[in-house]
Design a protein around this ligand. Structure first.
Ligand SMILES: [Zn+2]
Length: 312
């Protein structure tokens, strides 16, 4: 088994492999998370089992996931990982047992209670409004910002029951795959916070952040840069991130930056030609040099004022 002093090098290898949500592994190692869930192809499973063994973690294969096959037909398997074998066996029994609600899964995986409950409320709302997005619900609970980069979850779309499905998710992942290291999800926490000011989530994200900084300062710098960009959010697959700042309900910007989305090219062109966005009926106003130039009729648009700050 690898000693605690060697965790860093194993973590960096997981990060480089890009097949798993490395930040969840940090949660397991720090003792913040009792159990982590992931999905993997058979090939990835072999890799996962090898590094889990090195870290003294145990793995349970929950079997093939229905409707989650890769575009080329490769099956994917659900996997639970934990440090404590007893906790892992109990979690696997619950997972295989009667249907678990969203909040029950959240608690099982060690997410903050406030966030697990908020996700449950969102799922109920989504039953009536299939177009609702979790980010919209989080932003509504967050106030105007600014928001610490630590809780930026714009790219955590795996659990959003995306209407457009797997193909668009793969396209988004490809668009945002870093050239130098392939982070599966560029985010610090793997759950949806109840708000961008949620204290338990911020506490957990800060601990993960400190770990990433310690063992992979380059990855940390890239993550911070990417997560600090304010976002115009239209939907899980259509958004734009900026070099700029949100203040008093306006986004002043100089450039559109990563992460990238499937936003229509014409809309992106209009946004690129401006330097300020404001949300005001009937949609998103794009201004240039202080003059309103165009309006994008989007009734669900939000400005998310992420910054490089570590606290609210
Ligand atoms: Zn919370």
């Amino acid at each position: 088994m690898t000693q605690e002093s060697d965790w860093g090098s194993v973590y960096v290898r997981i990060l480089d492999a890009g097949a798993f949500f490395a930040q969840d592994v940090v949660g397991l190692l720090l003792g913040d998370k009792p159990v982590a869930y992931n999905d993997a192809t058979r090939e990835q499973l072999a890799f996962l089992s090898a590094w889990a063994q090195q870290l003294g973690l145990a793995v349970v294969n929950l079997g093939k996931i229905r409707n989650q096959d890769q575009p080329d037909g490769t099956p994917r398997y659900g996997v639970l990982i934990a440090k404590d074998r007893g906790a892992l066996a109990r979690a696997a029994a619950r997972w295989r047992g009667p249907y678990l609600t969203g909040p029950a899964i959240g608690r099982l995986l060690g997410y903050p209670d406030c966030c697990a409950a908020a996700f449950g409320r969102f799922q109920k709302r989504q039953e009536k409004d299939p177009g609702a997005d979790m980010i919209d619900a989080i932003a509504a609970a967050s106030g105007p910002g600014p928001y610490p980069f630590l809780l930026n979850n714009v790219l955590v779309f795996n659990s959003k029951r995306c209407a457009a499905g797997r193909e668009d998710r793969e396209k988004l992942a490809d668009l945002n795959r870093d050239q130098s290291f392939a982070l599966k999800l560029p985010a610090l926490i793997s759950w949806h916070p109840c708000s961008y000011q949620c204290r338990p989530s911020l506490r957990a994200a800060r601990r993960i952040w400190a770990y990433v900084q310690r063992y992979s300062p380059d990855a940390a710098a890239r993550l911070r840069r990417r997560l600090s960009a304010p976002v115009l959010f239209l939907s899980w697959s259509k958004f734009a991130a900026f070099r700029g700042r949100v203040a008093r309900g306006r986004l002043k910007y100089s450039q559109v930056v990563a992460p990238h989305s499937l936003l229509d090219a014409e809309i992106l062109e209009l946004i690129r030609a401006g330097d300020e966005l404001r949300i005001e009926a009937p949609g998103v106003w794009v201004s240039r040099g202080g003059k309103k130039r165009w309006v994008l009729k989007e009734d669900r648009a939000r400005l998310l004022g992420f910054t490089s700050r570590l606290s609210v």
